[in-house]
Design a protein around this ligand. Structure first.
Ligand code: NAD
Length: 317
């Protein structure tokens, strides 16, 4: 009989995103053990004490400070570690520094003989997912980026507000880069099986749906900028998005999520990571779902791939 194994999630980086995700994960009941690590020893100890004092109120879970040896028996390792821009540092220097951080973490994970699925969250997430995958050369599905899961959630929320329909009945996807070149995939977004163009015709409440459509898409794309202007960082919704992805892995859900993964010919693209609908289960990405996108959306996906490829080329030479 197989021995019971705790569902263990290691979070690297105990900053705003890592700690908020840990808090959401503790409340979700999805993990039996949550381990946080950070290069800032004081921060990680403080975060774990604060989180652990909530133990009587969460479903059963352990929350500890850890180190690289915790990678060994982890189910999922979530990387939120990232460096901020230093004064006078260029965007490219920062990107290179973050790429080196991801590479060294991937080396440590390999050195521990870990079988965990690795979920990259640090930005630019698509480029860093590619860097991580290239470093270890595992089956592609085992290294996942959070992709456009958060952006798709923002899109669903805004559509539900606009249409006055429960967000749980809105199926909608943002594809491509988690960044400026992402786009709303209207052709595969629907409510009650109806595309939004058809739903709006039936509903009849909008004066100029095409203008509203553009506004919603723009609002999704600029959400992070607004939140960062207001309060410096985004962390609550991404924390929930990460619980969703980790739950799909730990519970082998085969959930369709727009995570970032290396494409191997799907959508006519190779050798690049970006957010596309994919089935997520215990081994990570089981399969990429190749939706029949119209020419305009295919072109948008290709453009987004070009943007990410350019960044990859800048750091890999
Ligand atoms: N993918 C998404 O949807 C999404 C959404 C929001 C934020 N992010 C990204 O997540 C990352 C984290 O954001 P944040 O707001 O938590 O930043 P933060 O600065 O609050 O936290 C980052 C933490 O990483 C730690 N760190 C840096 N280098 C490390 C290393 N080598 N090993 C271990 N720890 C290390 C730092 O000490 C810090 O505590 C950023 O890159 C951010 O852009 C991604």
């Amino acid at each position: 009989m197989e021995r019971w194994r705790a569902r263990k999630v290691v979070i690297i980086g105990a900053g705003a995103v890592g700690s908020t995700f840990a808090y959401a994960l503790a409340q979700s009941g999805v993990a039996d053990e949550i381990v946080l690590t950070d290069m800032d020893n004081n921060l990680v100890h403080g975060q774990v004490m604060d989180l652990a004092h909530g133990l009587p109120f969460y479903p059963n879970v352990q929350i500890n400070v850890g180190d690289a040896t915790d990678y060994r028996d982890a189910h999922v390792i979530v990387i939120t570690a990232g460096s901020k821009q230093r004064p006078g540092e260029s965007r490219l220097d920062l990107l290179q520094r973050n790429a080196r951080i991801i590479e060294s973490i991937m080396d440590e994970i390999q050195a521990q003989d870990s079988n965990a699925v690795v979920l990259i969250v640090s930005n630019p997430v698509d480029v860093l997912t590619y860097v991580a995958q290239r470093r270890v050369n595992w089956p592609r599905g085992r290294v996942i980026g959070s992709g456009t899961v958060l952006d798709s959630a923002r899109f669903r929320y805004l559509l539900s507000q606009h249409c006055g329909v429960s967000v749980h009945n809105v199926h909608a996807y943002v594809l491509g880069e988690h960044g400026d070149s992402e786009f709303a995939a209207w052709s595969i977004s629907h409510v009650a099986g109806m595309r939004f163009d058809d739903y709006c015709q039936m509903c009849g409440d909008c004066r100029d749906w095409q203008a509203e459509r553009r506004q919603i898409e723009e609002a999704v794309r600029t959400s992070a900028y607004h939140i960062i202007n207001y309060k410096g960082a985004t962390y609550f919704a991404v924390g929930q998005a990460l619980v969703r992805i980790v739950s799909a892995i730990v519970r082998n859900e085969k959930s369709v999520l727009t995570v970032s993964t290396v494409l191997e010919g799907e959508y006519g693209l190779n050798n690049v990571c970006l957010g596309v609908p994919a089935m997520v289960g215990e081994a990570g990405v089981d399969r990429v779902i190749e939706a029949d996108l119209p020419a305009q959306e295919r072109t948008a996906l290709e453009r987004s791939a070009d943007v990410i490829r350019e960044e990859i080329a800048q750091i890999t030479g």
